[in-house]
Design a protein around this ligand. Structure first.
Ligand SMILES: Nc1ncnc2c1ncn2[C@@H]1O[C@H](COP(=O)(O)OP(=O)(O)OP(=O)(O)O)[C@@H](O)[C@H]1O
Ligand SMILES: [Mg+2]
Length: 439
């Protein structure tokens, strides 16, 4: 299409001025060649005779979009869509216009409508601006409901007696969480608010999640467990809403323990998402912790992370995560009890727990799970040959230990640096004393 085409189209229209498809072709050609004023005139002419012409409406909106007059573009499309037109092209341009006007939430909503009409639709610009990079597929409504169901009001069947050792951590939780829940009147009498949170940190696999579950079982409170990664929705702007909903859920179900795992994801979100989106989520999180709009009375928050040093210091202010508790790798006694706990319902011979506990220094709870898994595999192999179930013996577990390296030391290499060189007000003293480093 070029200037000649335009001339011949105009010529043809002189002979049949009421030929709408022909005029539309002219208008589209003008738009394609960026003759915006002339295109606008033609589209307007068509709309005068047929007010709801889809192609002319979208064409006119595109003219305004190209002129940078996004509000005019949006007004046209909004009216068109609201009068019941579910047109993919109209919706797409409306989403683009909204994006230009920074109405992110509505742009997301509109783009979602497009995807609902055509799941295979893809628009580079919209996708890259509206979808959080690396986000997972959005669950459909039913799945989402299920996710919420399993998330809230769990009733953990474990309690402190299932957690081997960890006395120092249990004591902190007792003071900050269990006592306030058991004796709310006493706290009220002294005008002390029940709330705020504990942040558990430590190497992976050492029982943070497990302990939080056991805490809820211990006090018989409602328990909401959610990973921050579940909250980070693929759509920009939704994370904050999800976070708010989770806190609201906890507030409606007091007394309640709200466990937020993977707090590290907040750090990650700052680099993955656009800077501002990450910042928003952090601010929203702080607001929820403070319970500004609605009180957090009776909501006790436990957070967990492997990398507390990435956490914005604002999270540690009074009333937020005001206690930071180190969850160390299990000591010898604890390793012995974890082993017993995990082997309880398995076919075993008499097991030398003392020896195994000695041989598993630096092993985490998760490492112990792995060792048992390896030992079982070895046993299974030999059971296949004769079909007889053979009990797990000490020597199987010992050879499994040889096959699986302890995983906690790597974490300490990093942690040690923070404890030695970025230890504001003794925040990481527990790491130093665990490593037997003198200050
Ligand atoms: N003190 C303990 N008593 C009993 N079991 C334990 C204990 N510590 C850890 N475990 C076991 O170790 C496994 C891993 O623990 P958990 O998932 O709680 O680790 P985590 O600290 O949350 O790890 P991550 O940082 O990777 O999330 C759990 O399945 C749990 O059964
Ligand atoms: Mg965990």
């Amino acid at each position: 299409m070029n200037e000649n085409t335009i001339e011949s189209l105009r010529e043809a229209l002189r002979h049949s001025p009421n030929n709408t498809p022909l005029r539309l072709l002219l208008a589209d050609t003008l738009l394609g060649l960026n003759h915006l004023e002339e295109a606008e005139a033609e589209y307007t002419l068509i709309l005068k005779s047929s007010r709801r012409d889809t192609k002319a409406t979208i064409g006119l909106a595109k003219v305004f979009y190209k002129k940078g007059n996004y509000s005019a573009c949006n007004v046209i499309l909004e009216e068109f869509i609201e009068s019941g037109h579910d047109d993919i092209e109209a919706l797409t341009w409306y989403a683009k216009g909204l994006l230009k006007e920074n109405s992110i939430a509505r742009a997301v909503e509109t783009y979602k409508k497009v995807l609902a009409l055509d799941p295979n639709f893809f628009d580079e610009e919209l996708d890259s601006q509206l979808r959080v990079k690396g986000g997972r597929q959005e669950p459909d409504a039913e799945e989402e409901e299920e996710m919420y169901d399993s998330r809230f009001l769990q009733k953990p069947s474990i309690n402190f007696s299932d957690v081997g050792g960890m006395d120092a951590v249990k004591k902190e939780i007792e003071l900050k969480i269990i006592k306030p829940l058991m004796h709310p009147d006493l706290y009220k009498a002294y005008g002390k608010k029940i709330g705020g949170g504990i942040l558990l940190y430590g190497p992976p696999g050492c029982g943070k999640t497990f302990l939080a579950k056991a805490t809820a079982g211990q006090v018989n409170a409602k328990f909401i467990s959610v990973g921050l990664n579940d909250i980070l929705d693929m759509w920009i702007g939704n994370s904050e809403k999800n976070l708010h909903e989770i806190f609201e859920l906890a507030r409606y179900n007091t007394p309640c323990i709200l466990f937020i795992d993977e707090i590290d994801a907040l750090g990650a979100s700052r680099s993955d998402m656009k800077q501002s989106a990450g910042r928003h989520l952090i601010n929203q999180f702080l607001q929820e912790l403070d319970g500004i709009d609605t009180s957090n009375e009776g909501v006790l928050i436990i957070g967990a992370t492997n990398t507390p040093w990435n956490l914005d210091p604002a999270f540690r202010r009074p009333g937020r995560f005001d206690r930071i508790v180190f969850v160390p790798p299990p000591d010898e006694t604890t390793r012995g009890s974890i082993l017993q706990l995990k082997l309880k319902n398995k076919p075993i011979d008499s097991i030398d727990y003392v020896q195994l506990a000695k041989k598993t220094e630096h092993y985490s709870g998760a490492d112990i799970d792995a060792i048992i898994d390896i030992a079982i595999e070895l046993k299974l192999e030999s059971s296949f040959t004769d079909g007889v179930v053979k009990p797990i013996e000490t020597k199987d577990l010992l050879s499994a230990v040889k096959k699986h390296k302890a995983s906690t030391q790597e974490w300490f290499m990093t942690a040690k640096n923070f404890a030695m060189f970025a230890n504001d007000s003794g925040l990481y003293d527990d790491i130093l004393s665990y490593l037997k480093i003198k200050k």
